[in-house]
Design a binder for this molecule. Structure first.
Ligand SMILES: NC(=O)c1ccc[n+]([C@@H]2O[C@H](COP(=O)([O-])OP(=O)(O)OC[C@H]3O[C@@H](n4cnc5c(N)ncnc54)[C@H](OP(=O)(O)O)[C@@H]3O)[C@@H](O)[C@H]2O)c1
Length: 279
């Protein structure tokens, strides 16, 4: 299958490119296709004529998005809308990634796909607008919401904790936000299983996260213990969100219920700790 993948220097885009090697991959970086240039997106798709478009590229800096609203909406709403239009024109599936940040985090328990959205910041709002634009077009779209993405490359919590452990004697980490850390390799391996089933599965929104839950504090602890870092674990201190102010507000509850995706695509997931061990 000829698969066009965007953002291949990003965490998910890179993992997909590495994992889906049995396919013919058109790997697009920002240099190959700038997602703020909607005409260029159309031209690139027309030129390559893919069988499937996967769009992991996004404006992902949650705090910067507060100051760059137009750019965030251009990349996270307008660009996927154009890709979805093109996918419809060619009658091919369109896979797009979205986020737990479309929710406000006030629910008790994990969010299911049909739960009311209510983003707290510009990033979440722009990702939600992207979801809605794709849904409104009504093609063969698959929107995979994921959370707390990390990998061995890029800018993420996992690498930040590993770095800070070498630099500092004491670390304070937020303990009142819960979610499921999701490795880019987990996403890519599941996509390998999902792709052959796209033609037989109902389009829509699905929650793609491993099993289990934790706080950022618990995630940090597991990273330190698992990587056997030389850091005194008693110096890892749990703090509250209010003690770690950020420009954008984050949901306290980022838990996504993954039952629907497992049933629809007949998948088996491990818990997040097992996925971390694989990294
Ligand atoms: N990271 C998370 O914690 C998280 C959580 C939930 C959902 N998600 C969603 O999961 C998906 C994948 O996220 P990720 O963590 O892999 O993101 P990432 O590592 O930040 O990668 C995003 C990619 O998008 C590219 N990009 C941004 N603006 C672009 C533009 N104007 N033109 C072309 N390319 C552009 C970036 O290019 P450069 O490399 O050139 O900058 C980068 O390669 C996204 O849809 C994101 O919203 C992420």
């Amino acid at each position: 299958m000829k698969i066009l993948i965007t953002g291949t220097k990003g965490q998910v885009g890179h993992a997909l490119t590495e994992t889906l090697k049995d396919h013919q991959i058109i790997a697009l970086t920002r240099q190959d296709c700038d997602l703020t240039n909607l005409d260029q997106i159309k031209q690139v798709i027309d030129r390559h004529q893919p069988d499937l478009i996967i769009n992991p590229a996004a404006f992902t800096n949650v705090d910067q998005a507060e100051d760059q609203k137009d750019l965030a909406f251009r990349v996270n709403r307008d660009a996927p809308e154009v890709m979805a239009q093109k996918a419809r024109e060619y009658n091919i599936p369109f896979v797009h990634f979205s986020t737990d940040y479309v929710f406000d985090g006030k629910k008790k328990g994990a969010y299911v796909e049909s739960d009311q959205t209510n983003p707290l910041g510009v990033y979440g709002a722009s990702k939600l607008a992207g979801e809605e634009a794709i849904k409104d077009l009504g093609g063969r779209y698959f929107i995979f919401r994921t959370s707390w993405v990390y990998s061995k490359i890029g800018r993420n919590f996992y690498l930040t904790i590993k770095r800070l452990c070498l630099e500092k004697d004491e670390l304070s980490v937020v303990a009142d936000q819960v979610g499921a850390p999701t490795s880019s390799d987990f996403i890519a391996k599941q996509m390998q299983n999902i792709i052959p089933k796209l033609n037989f599965t109902a389009p829509g929104i699905y929650h793609l996260v491993p099993n289990g839950r934790c706080s950022w504090y618990e995630f940090a602890k597991e990273v330190i213990l698992e990587a056997k870092l030389e850091f005194d674990i008693t110096k890892l201190l749990p703090i509250k969100t209010e003690d770690y102010p950020t420009k954008a507000r984050r949901p306290l509850n980022s838990l996504l219920d993954n039952k629907s995706i497992k049933e629809a695509f007949m998948l088996k997931f491990d818990d997040w700790q097992s996925e971390l061990k694989k990294i």
